[in-house]
Structure formats: structure tokens, C-alpha cells
Design a binder for this molecule. Structure first.
Ligand SMILES: *Cc1c(COP(=O)(O)O)cnc(C)c1O
Length: 473
């Protein structure tokens, strides 16, 4: 195929900006609260402010913290602010990263290297909940640390009965989430921290999603279990700025209780012909704009701003929970205490993925979860404006599926059902890889879930059989 060529002559700026605007026409409508994941949007004024802060530092580079003193100052102040918010001690320190995944990857690398240096561990493992964010499975794959899973309890918490006996001399860390992504459940951090202390194993808390809302919910008087540095066994926490901090994309933090641990995250190569090199985290060039935007938004919001956003989020969550609870055939999955939740079907005749399709037909953009099947909602302050409409549309969607149960076997419901239920997981993995890779074929390829992933007769049969079996047991 012919590759795209740069324009022979550069084009006028306003024409290009118009192009960009046009490209976004088919994107999900997050500005009106229609999207229940991926985006944390408040309003245009906030986007403009964030962009203005970003713009001032969009060329600045945090690679060498000694060069841009402005960026190091912002990084120090951001980390110190987050440390205070999460009840860190006097030695709590950390690094600004480009996102939650980088923060999680760094924790695994840090504890792997620490165990290697201090205890000569050669075949490292870490003990993580089955509900841990997928970034932890990515870290396991990237860094060769075996993930040993804590199972889910009946109500989608983490079952820690076996935790103590699972820890062995090759265990480099244990993990809890506050909250976890699939159902919004907060893990039993205090109990896990106690075990971590007793066993002398580091414990990380993944608060990528929770760090900028749970503390403010607590200030608003909502009782929550302790999950941050107040728990003695907790040695590090990841906290995203670009989620409930409402900063520009590309900003997260990782904090450690002390510098001795953080040192194992750092990379130094003293013999490089390009010069002696030291780096605190994964990236080389570090985007100054994201730091400036994050610093600016923290200052703009202040405690009262974040408390107000948390209050609006809580109100939206309550509207959703009430709507789900009083809809026949739906059930909340577990006991979500934070800003996100999932719900599934309590009636074998009601297919929840078909409900998801009907919601999308009404202009909502939702995510699906599996084991068990469900619909996910990452609720933001903005959603308080649309929560009631969403609940009404949800009831309509449920009614449509009830009157036409065959919807379960068509559209993306069939595809998602197949992917969630086909027992040969290796087959699903290969299939997804093929579909995904297709998007990256030279020239862009395409992704059409309804088309390229349409389940074969065999897959449909297998998925149906599994659904039928599980209904009978
Ligand atoms: C979002 C999230 C992450 C990963 O963060 P990214 O910024 O998307 O890379 C990790 N853990 C949890 C619990 C999350 O919700």
C-alpha cells in the first residue's frame, strides 16, 4: 500500500485546526456526560484553564530534574500535596509519572529490584487480588514477576484467608486496591497491611482511581475504611492526577513511605557515551505541560473544590444505585464504596450485554465487565446532571430486552458473550490479538467488533452451553 506523504508544502494553521475539530465529530460525546469511562470532564472553562497551564510548559522537559527547576518545583509540590492528602509521614516521597500504568509498573520494578538486592530473590512473585487493575498483569508480564491471585469473595471483595500462607521467600510485594476497577470495591487494606508487616513484605495500595476522591468523600462525612499511609504496613501508593484530580491526561504519582525504597525505582547508567544518565521512572523525556497543568488544577480546586466535586459524584452514584436496586432483574455487583460501580443481571432470562447494547442505541457509551457479566460505570461529578436520564434509559433498555430476549444473540451482545464465556481462553486471546493487531496494520486497518469478531457457530454454541450450565448450577 502507498503510505501517507507529508504535504508537499506546509498547510495554513487555521485549516489544520478545523481538520482536528472535524476528526472528533464521531468521538464519544463526553462533554455531555454520555461516556462512563476514559474521560474526566468538567466543563469548557476548566479545559481552557488546564490547556493554558499546559501550553506554558508544553516544550519543557522533566528528563533532567536539574535543568528545569520550575518542573522540579512543581513535581516536589505535587508529591508533597499528595503525601499530605494520603496521610504520609515526614519521609514520604515520590515521583510524578505519565499515568497510572507507569506508576503501577514502577512499583513492581522497584520491589522486584529491592528483593533482588536485599535478599537475592531470583524467581520473584507478587500476590495480587484477582480484581487488580490490568496494569498489574502487564507489569507481571513485562518484568517477569509471577502474579499469584487472591480470589474474589461472593460479594466481589478480596478473599485474604490464604494470603498469609501464600507469602513465601520469593514474594516481593503484595497489593490491595482502593478501590479496584472492576466493581469499585475497597480491599481490606488494614488487614492486608497487618499481614504485610508481620511477614516483612512490602505492600502497595493502588489508589490510581481513588486517591483524589476517597479523602474528600471522607471529609464530606462518608465513613470509609482506612486504606492510605495511616495503615502501618502500606509502603507505597499510586495516585492518578488525570482521573479524579481532573488534570490534563498524562499525570499520575507514585509515593513511597521512605527514600530507601524509592531508590530501587531509579535507573543510573554511568558509562553511556551520551553522558552519565539517571532517571527516576520509566520515561526519558517527561512532559512539562502535564506537570504544569496538574500543579495548576490542584491550586485551582483546593480542598473545597474537590469536596464539592466529590459531593456531586456521590449524589450521582446514589441515583444510579437506587435506580439499579429498584429495577427488576438488575443487581449491583458487590458493595462499591467509591465513585464507580458495576451491575449485572439477577434474572437468567435478562442478558446484561443486550441491555448494554440498548443503552448504546440510546446514545450512552458504556463498558462491559466479565466474571460475572456486567455493565460498568466510572461516575464523575458531571454525571450528576445526567444520572436520572441514564436510569430512565436503563429501565427502557431492560424492558426492550425483556420483550425481545433474542437481542442476546445479535449485535455486540453475542460477541461480548462469546468473549466472556468461551471456555478455551487461549482461543479468545488469539482472536482478540488478531482483531487488535488488525487496527495497527499499515494504513490503519479497522475495528468492527460486530463484523470481524462475529462469533462462529462453534463459539456461539460453546458460549450458550456455558451459560446454560451456569444457570442450572
Ligand atoms: C486507571 C487505573 C490504573 C491505570 O491508570 P492509567 O492512567 O489508565 O494508566 C491503575 N489502577 C487502577 C485501579 C485504575 O483505575
Amino acid at each position: 500500500m502507498d503510505h501517507m506523504r507529508l504535504p508537499e508544502q506546509g498547510r495554513p494553521e487555521d485549516e489544520i485546526l478545523d481538520d482536528l475539530k472535524q476528526f472528533s465529530e464521531d468521538d464519544p460525546d463526553y462533554k455531555h456526560g454520555r461516556v462512563w469511562s476514559l474521560v474526566y470532564h468538567l466543563d469548557q472553562a476548566h479545559e481552557d484553564f488546564t490547556a493554558a497551564a499546559y501550553q506554558q510548559y508544553s516544550s519543557a522537559n522533566g528528563l533532567n530534574p536539574a535543568a528545569f527547576k520550575s518542573l522540579k518545583r512543581m513535581e516536589t509540590e505535587i508529591i508533597s500535596t499528595v503525601a499530605g492528602l494520603l496521610n504520609g509521614g515526614p519521609d514520604t516521597c515520590g515521583v510524578v509519572t505519565a499515568g497510572g500504568t507507569e506508576s503501577c509498573l514502577m512499583a513492581v520494578k522497584t520491589y522486584r529490584d529491592m528483593a533482588r538486592a536485599k535478599r537475592r530473590v531470583k524467581t520473584p512473585n507478587m500476590i495480587i487480588p484477582a480484581t487488580a487493575h490490568v496494569a498489574w498483569f502487564k507489569a507481571a508480564g513485562y518484568f517477569g514477576v509471577k502474579a499469584r491471585l487472591l480470589p474474589m469473595t461472593k460479594d466481589f471483595g478480596t478473599d485474604i484467608k490464604k494470603l498469609k500462607s501464600m507469602i513465601n521467600r520469593n514474594t516481593v510485594m503484595i497489593l490491595g486496591s482502593a478501590p479496584e476497577y472492576p466493581h469499585g470495591t475497597i480491599d481490606p487494606i488494614a488487614e492486608m497491611g497487618q499481614i504485610a508487616s508481620e511477614k516483612g513484605v512490602p505492600m502497595h495500595v493502588d489508589a490510581c482511581v481513588g486517591a483524589f476522591i476517597l479523602p474528600f468523600m471522607e471529609m464530606n462525612g462518608i465513613p470509609l475504611p482506612e486504606w492510605d499511609f495511616r495503615v502501618p504496613g502500606v509502603t507505597s501508593i499510586s495516585a492518578d492526577l488525570h482521573k479524579y484530580g481532573y488534570t490534563a491526561k498524562g499525570a499520575s504519582t507514585i509515593l513511597y513511605r521512605d527514600l530507601d525504597t524509592l531508590k530501587h525505582q531509579m535507573f543510573v547508567y554511568q558509562d553511556w557515551p551520551g553522558g552519565v544518565f539517571a532517571s527516576p521512572a520509566l520515561l526519558g523525556t517527561r512532559p512539562g505541560g502535564a506537570y504544569a497543568a496538574a500543579w495548576a488544577v490542584l491550586q485551582k480546586m483546593g480542598i473545597d473544590g474537590y469536596r464539592e466535586l466529590a459531593a456531586q459524584t456521590t449524589a450521582a452514584v446514589e441515583t444510579l444505585k437506587a435506580g439499579i436496586n429498584d429495577t427488576d432483574g438488575l443487581r449491583l455487583l458487590g458493595n462499591p464504596q467509591g465513585p464507580l460501580l458495576s451491575y449485572g443481571s439477577s434474572d437468567p432470562k435478562l442478558n446484561i450485554f443486550a441491555v448494554a447494547d440498548q443503552l448504546e442505541a440510546q446514545g450512552w457509551n458504556v463498558n462491559r465487565v466479565q466474571n460475572p457479566d456486567g455493565i460498568h460505570a466510572m461516575v464523575t461529578a458531571k454525571h450528576n446532571e445526567v444520572a436520572e436520564t441514564y436510569v430512565n434509559d436503563l429501565k427502557t433498555a431492560v424492558a426492550s430486552v425483556r420483550s425481545n430476549p433474542d437481542l442476546a444473540n445479535s449485535g455486540s451482545a453475542a460477541t461480548y458473550g462469546m468473549m466472556a464465556h468461551v471456555p478455551l481462553r487461549g482461543m479468545v486471546k488469539t482472536r482478540v490479538l488478531d482483531i487488535f493487531a488488525e487496527m495497527y496494520r499499515a494504513g490503519g486497518g479497522h475495528l468492527d467488533l460486530d463484523d470481524s469478531a462475529k462469533p462462529s457457530l462453534l463459539e456461539r454454541g460453546m458460549a450458550r452451553y456455558v451459560r446454560w450450565k451456569s444457570r442450572r448450577s
